[in-house]
Each structure stands twice: as C-alpha cells, then as structure tokens.
Design a protein around this ligand. Structure first.
Ligand code: FAD
Length: 408
C-alpha cells in the first residue's frame, strides 16, 4: 500500500487546490462549513453554473475518457473529490450522469454521443436512473416494467420508485422487461428516455429530512423510439452491469459530521459545568469513531493504490460504505444526544454546525440503502473478500413468469 501521492498526483493535487481556492468560494455556502440542501430553483441554478464551470475546466467526471471531456483518470477523480469536499459547495444533482455517460459511451450511436454527452457533463441536461421498482431493488433483475415493440417504437408501462432528481430530469436511463418467459436476467432491455414524453408522470416523495428529491415515476403507454435502445433486445442485464460498475466506483467516502466534528462539538459543550470533552464516556465514544474513520481511511488507501497502479479496485471497497454510513448515523445520534433539546432543531438560524448532527441522523438511513444495502454489502464481503459460501439464489434459471412472486 502506498500512502503518499506520487509526484504526478502531488502536482495534480496542487493544481486542484489552487483552482478551487480561486473558484469555489464564490459558490460555497457563506458563513458556514456545512452546506444545506434546499432543492430551490436558486440552488439548482447555482449547482448548474458550478457544474458547467467544472466541466469547462476539466474537473467534471474526471474519470471519463478525455475525448468526452474527462481526464481518463479515476485516481485524479478521487484527488479532486477529496479537495472539493473541503468546501460547502452546491449539491451535485448531476451524479447519475457520471454513470449514465459511460453507458451511452459503450452502447449509443456516434450521433447520440455527440448530442447527449456534453450537455450531461456540463449539467445543462439532468439525467435520472429508472431502475428500482416497488418489488425490485437489491434484486434489480426482478423488475416488471414492460416494454412491448410496435414497429419502430416500444410501448412502456410500469412504475419506478426512489428515482433521485426525477422531478428535475430531462432524460433517464431505463431498464425494462420485454419477455417474461425467459429467466429474469435474460428478458431485460435497456433504453434512454425523454422525461418529457407523454405518459411519464413524476410525483415527489417527502423525506423525513424535509427534502423531496426522491420520486415515484409512473410510465403509462410511454412510447420510446427503438433508436433509443441501448444494447441488443434481451441484453439489458449486461448494459445494467456497465452502469452499475461505474456507479459502484462512486461513493463510500466519509461524510460529515465525522469524529472530528464531534470532537469540535464536545469542546464547545459543557456537561455538569465542565467541557464535554473532559467526560470519559464522551472521550471513549469519540475515540471509537476516530478509530473507525482511520480504519476506513486506510481501506480507502488500498483503493487509491489500485487506481494509482492502473488496476480496478476490488470488492473490499464495500467495507467503506458499510462502515461510513452506519458511523454517520451513530455520530448524528450521539451529537443530538449531547446537544439535548437543541439537538432536534434543524432550523437554527445560522447554526448549521449544530443542525448537521440532526441532518446526518435523518440522511444516514438512505446512505445505508442506496448503492447497495448494508446486508448486500455484507454478502459481497462474505462471498468475494472472505470466500464464504455464496447466498442462495434459487430463481436464477426459472422463467420470470414461473417465479413464486406471481410475476406475470
Ligand atoms: C438515497 C437513495 C437514492 C436512490 N436513488 C435511486 C435512483 O436514483 N434510481 C433507482 O433506480 N433507485 C434508487 N434508489 C433505490 C435503491 O437502489 C434501492 O432502495 C436499493 O437497491 C434497495 O432496494 P429496495 O429498496 O427494493 O429494498 P429490498 O431489496 O427489498 O431490501 C429490503 C431489505 O431486505 C434486505 N435484503 C434484500 N436482499 C437480500 C439478500 N440477498 N440478503 C440479505 N438481505 C437482503 C435488504 O438489505 C433490506 O434490508 C435509491 C435509494 C436510496 C436510499
């Protein structure tokens, strides 16, 4: 394992630091280290402006190949993300593009790539991911949204759910079932879809945090031209894997508040007239999360070392999200406990430092589900890191319409 930047990486980090120092303050939340996500028109407009600036400077989707506006370097993408995380910048509404883009690069025509990829990179057009359904999430191959071919058009009916940013999206990547007589992984076909098409209805879901960036998407007789099919008919699972491989590369980084922010809080607060940081029970909890953070940091170094050597990170990457998401929830809860009644206030004017513990507590359950639930990550670690026997998958070879779920 290599803990240090090599000379090329150090030079890139210096370049990024200087670019961010010049450009980020204009977009960073004023008077606070914590960015509040408000999903307002102003926030979205500011986020689009920031994304376009990044794209024009070569800092958006850095892992993408150079010909599509990236730098072809996953390692540089990680370095950039580490440095950007130091600023409370607008929310990244464009994250689905990071993995929809490579899917188009692999399967779309040259004209389609020329039309869609640049606006996606610059955040001019927002993309969402229509994969999960009420009955299919971890088991994505269990989706039921039907696509039936009529001449050069496909007619799509079904329901998707938990679709992040669907309400503001221009385009979507979509996986459907075209044949129910085949085993579940084989009857799938993949498209991209204009979200303004007749028959697309989006409703927002109110979240416990007060936000509503999750959506339900109802598809009723939506017509998609065959030219918007990505991959062959029945090849949808392979196309999904291209998307998911690029999605898995993202995430797993520690979110704030971490042990450091809890330490800051414990220095500010008093318990029985003394700074909370002097209390042995408080010190013990902070130390526990600090140790977890350091463990996750060194696990991340394995990923970085693999990337730095031009290799693909292994399944041990799953450990990062598993540890960091539950740590975020625990730290949020403990910060709220320390704050007492003030801990349940999210609208403390100008005091995001306090509200961040409540916001983390409310957001963390989502982080423990999105991009692979805790249990699915444990299965990956068990099977692919520890070589334990694999999960039982009895329905893999059965025709979809013969599954016990009553699938038609
Ligand atoms: C913040 C967030 C953003 C999201 N954004 C999107 C999006 O933009 N587009 C999209 O398509 N989807 C999105 N999702 C949906 C997400 O992909 C699914 O919620 C996730 O895959 C889990 O699926 P599910 O909700 O159907 O739960 P299920 O898969 O039904 O799981 C229910 C429970 O069963 C457990 N479980 C399931 N299978 C196994 C197993 N084999 N072994 C052990 N335990 C198991 C799970 O761990 C979980 O506890 C998002 C979700 C979140 C939380």
């Amino acid at each position: 394992m290599d803990f240090n930047d090599n000379s090329e990486e150090a030079a890139f980090r210096a370049e990024v630091k200087s670019w961010l120092a010049k450009n980020a303050p204009k977009f960073a939340q004023k008077g606070s280290n914590v960015r509040r996500e408000d999903e307002s028109a102003e926030d979205i407009a500011e986020a689009k402006e920031w994304q376009a600036l990044k794209a024009d400077s070569g800092y958006a989707f850095i892992q993408w190949p150079k010909e599509y506006g990236g730098r072809g370097s996953p390692m540089q993408a990680v370095i950039y993300a580490q440095e950007e995380a130091k600023y409370p910048l607008p929310r990244n509404y464009f994250i689905i593009g990071a993995f929809a883009g490579p899917t188009l690069m692999a399967y779309a025509t040259e004209e389609q790539k020329a039309r869609y990829i640049r606006p996606m990179l610059r955040g001019e057009e927002v993309w969402c991911q229509l994969f999960s359904e009420p009955g299919a999430g971890s088991d994505l191959a269990g989706i039921r949204t039907r696509a039936e071919k009529e001449g050069d058009t496909w007619v799509v009916n079904g329901q998707k759910v938990w679709t992040t940013v669907a309400y503001m999206s221009d385009w979507a990547i979509l996986v459907t079932r075209h044949d129910t007589t085949l085993p579940k992984h084989m009857g799938l076909t993949y498209f991209f879809l204009d979200m303004k098409s007749p028959g697309v209805e989006v409703t927002r879901i109110r979240q416990i945090s007060g936000g509503s960036d999750f959506c339900e998407v109802f598809l009723s007789d939506v017509r998609i031209p065959d030219s918007q099919r990505l991959g062959e008919i029945g090849d949808g699972w392979s196309v999904c894997l291209t998307t998911l491989m690029n999605e898995r590369f993202m995430g797993g980084d520690a979110s704030r508040p971490d042990a450091k922010e809890l330490l800051g809080l414990a220095k500010r607060l008093k318990i029985d007239g003394k700074p909370a940081i002097e209390n042995p029970a408080v010190r013990e909890r902070i130390a526990e999360w600090y140790v977890q953070s350091v463990g996750a940091k060194f696990t991340k170094f394995r990923t970085l070392t693999a990337l730095s050597r031009g290799q693909t990170p292994g399944p041990e990457n799953s450990i990062l999200k598993l540890v960091n998401a539950s740590k975020l929830q625990d730290i949020g809860a403990y910060g709220m406990d320390l704050l007492g009644t003030a801990g349940i206030l999210a609208d403390v004017d100008g005091d995001e430092e306090t509200a961040q513990f409540l916001m983390a507590y409310l957001a963390a359950p989502g982080a423990r589900i999105a991009g692979g639930t805790d249990e699915i990550l444990r299965n990956i670690i068990a099977e692919r890191v520890l070589s334990l026997p694999s999960d039982i998958r009895v329905d893999k070879a059965l025709p979809f319409n013969k599954l016990a779920s009553g699938a038609k």
